[in-house]
Design a protein around this ligand. Sequence first.
Ligand SMILES: CC(C)(COP(=O)(O)OP(=O)(O)OC[C@H]1O[C@@H](n2cnc3c(N)ncnc32)[C@H](O)[C@@H]1OP(=O)(O)O)[C@@H](O)C(=O)NCCC(=O)NCCS
Length: 134
Amino acid sequence: MQQQVNKPDGTLSLQTIAMPADTNWSGDVFGGWIVSQMDLAGAIHAERFSKGRCATIAINQMSFLVPVKVGDVISCYTKILKVGSTSIQIQIEVWNSHDESRPAKQVTAGLFTFVAVDLEGKKRVIPESVKALF
Ligand SMILES: CC(C)(COP(=O)(O)OP(=O)(O)OC[C@H]1O[C@@H](n2cnc3c(N)ncnc32)[C@H](O)[C@@H]1OP(=O)(O)O)[C@@H](O)C(=O)NCCC(=O)NCCS
């Protein structure tokens, strides 16, 4: 997993703005809010890739590099690192791209694993035809 590089690595899967309701008592955005945005971004990528529903099974690694403030535009970049029989491991980077006059800054990175599931929530095998695209 790459951290503090100059450019985001992966596909832009989600972009949103940090709002006052997302902050703690010191005015910084809750880490949990950022993790939930990353989870959504990873799920979007995993579901598009596996052509169906996916559930988060693990967050294996997570680091917060700098705080996020209200009004910051955060961009979640996702990159599939590994595809198993039912699981998809995704690297997720979050970048703060609020200020157009300055280069975007990486705020966090994490390694998430999703499992392809059917409509009943049971794991499903990712088709070989889909895996071939990885
Ligand atoms: C997703 C779910 C259906 C998987 O069923 P399961 O019987 O537990 O699945 P398995 O233990 O066989 O693991 C499935 C895959 O995930 C991988 N996996 C399991 N635990 C893992 C972990 N801690 N880290 C990384 N990968 C993991 C397995 O290696 C396997 O991969 P593969 O099929 O590609 O080889 C089930 O665990 C579940 O419903 N979990 C809750 C999901 C959820 O609600 N997520 C939202 C969080 S609130």
